[in-house]
Design a protein around this ligand. Structure first.
Ligand code: BES
Ligand code: MN
Ligand code: MN
Length: 456
């Protein structure tokens, strides 16, 4: 397979141009304004998969955005890899903080700047180009299926139904996903854990209308003040979450495993510097890496209410709102956590206000096994192209469908991601290294080669 490097060298510009075409379509799944763009992106992905050599390429409609399915079955006796990715992206705002248009991809300092460049169009498209290479060189050693969805960033609401209704079509031996990262370009790693998620919205209502803050202030409940007090009560002085029962099911990691995890290189100074912090916070007895991987959290993602315009307006608002997320770890479940949150949040509300709690979307945590042929193949593939054995790490992010693939299809996932934490996914100026894009394309065919060899 030595000529994958030559193939990349020869086709590099085209690989970039094609990705740029995808990046130019603003497939923001959260914003109904972009509905046509999301559908258009599905069509573009379909066209690219067909061009790369897939046999059956289909746009599968769902109650929401479509799932693009494609396959190349070379021999029913050979193992089958199911590639999952997503073509939808996060909203680009705040727009004014981008140094170039979020949907006008450009290369600056060897990095591709655009919304979705890393999460996940760039990483998903590496698989399409690796597949093209294997087709062109007649070296595809197993069967391959693609399932590329358009609702990942809004909770994959229709993917569960699709998977449940298409078990035969999706029959495979392993799931392969590039939607995570590596520690650094010279420190390859493979993600072996993801956190779960419960995402809620709360509404606190005080008086039946906005009131003059002079005429009424002091005698009536201010829903913003009260919401802040309620949120403040959700963690104690040790940064422990106070929701009753919240930690009941939390997986306790052994000292040995924690020691193993602590071997991953990490510099607290660089960490702080990279995000402009003088100091960090978190649970006392856990390291930074543990706080963002094996421990659950609660965070306010947005809070609003009252007057937000120019100048000052003296007002006690009628309502206050917040969006709150909880990242979960193995054995906690999204639904149970929601119920615990709701009961506790309601109990914190003084009788002077009313509260409403709604569940947005969620998902379960996942730990992917390392004692599988697929993991070994991925590890060996990275070792081949990076010259170093990848380190297994647990990530703090969430890809809820990984747990769903295990429960619905009984399949393990390999998280062969190539992004960096510094790629600013979900933030202004998201980017993806040209190195990472091409390294992914180079590594993936080795995964197939080793996986097929090891499966024999
Ligand atoms: N690709 C990310 C998740 C991710 C990124 C995991 C980097 C590990 C490392 C995915 O697109 C994402 O953003 N997931 C959401 C959850 C989803 C339900 C909206 C998240 O983690 O917030
Ligand atoms: Mn993603
Ligand atoms: Mn994302």
């Amino acid at each position: 397979m030595s000529n994958i490097k030559d193939y990349i060298e020869t086709n590099k510009q085209r690989f970039l141009d094609e990705l740029f075409e995808l990046l130019r379509i603003p497939s923001v799944s959260a914003d109904p304004k972009h509905k046509q763009d999301v559908f258009k992106t599905a069509d573009a992905v379909k066209t690219y998969l067909a061009k790369a050599g897939a046999d059956h390429v289909e746009i599968c409609q769902t109650a929401g955005y479509p799932i693009v399915y494609a396959d190349k079955i070379i021999d029913a006796k050979l193992p089958t890899v199911l590639v999952y990715g997503h073509y939808d992206v996060q909203p680009a705002d705040p727009l004014e903080l981008w140094t170039s248009g979020p949907f006008e991809p450009v290369i600056k300092n060897d990095k591709i700047y655009a919304r979705g460049s890393c999460d996940d169009k760039g990483q998903m498209y590496m698989h399409v180009k690796a597949f093209e290479y294997m087709m062109q060189t007649n070296s595809l050693p197993c069967n391959i299926k693609f399932m590329i969805e358009g609702e990942e960033e809004v909770g994959s609401n229709n993917l569960g139904t699709f998977v449940a209704n298409n078990k035969e079509k999706l029959k495979a031996d392993v799931i392969l996903i590039s939607d995570t990262g590596i520690i650094a370009n010279d420190i390859p790693s493979i993600t072996v854990g993801l956190r779960g998620l419960t995402y809620v919205e709360v509404e606190v209502t005080g008086p039946n209308r906005d009131l003059h803050s002079g005429l009424y202030g002091g005698a009536v409940p201010n829903p913003i003040n009260i919401l802040c007090e309620m949120i403040a009560k959700m963690k104690d002085e040790n940064k422990h979450i106070t929701i009753p029962g919240f930690y009941d099911d939390v997986d306790v990691i052994s000292t040995e495993e924690r020691a193993e995890m602590a071997k991953a290189p990490f510099s607290l100074d660089e960490y702080k510097k990279s995000i402009g912090l003088k100091d960090i916070i978190g649970e006392e007895t856990y390291s930074t890496n543990e706080r963002i991987s094996i421990r659950p959290t609660i965070d306010v993602n947005g809070i609003w209410g009252g007057y937000q315009g120019e100048g000052a307006k003296t007002v006690i608002p009628s309502k206050a709102y917040a969006k709150i997320s909880m990242r979960l770890v193995p054995y906690q479940t999204s639904d149970k956590t929601f119920e615990q949150f709701k009961t506790y949040f309601e109990s914190l509300a003084p009788s002077s206000v009313s509260v409403k709690v709604t569940n947005h979307h969620g998902g379960e945590a996942a730990v992917t096994p390392m004692n599988t042929i697929a993991y070994q193949a991925a590890s060996k593939a990275m070792e081949t192209t990076f010259g170093k054995k990848p380190i297994p790490v647990r990530s703090g992010g969430s890809i809820p469908i990984v747990a769903m693939f295990k429960s619905e299809l009984g399949l393990d996932t390999v998280l062969l991601g190539f992004g960096l934490d510094s790629d600013a996914i979900h933030s202004p100026n998201e980017h993806y290294g040209v190195f990472n894009y091409l390294k992914g394309i180079e590594t993936i065919p080795y995964f197939y080669q080793y996986y097929a060899e090891m499966s024999k």
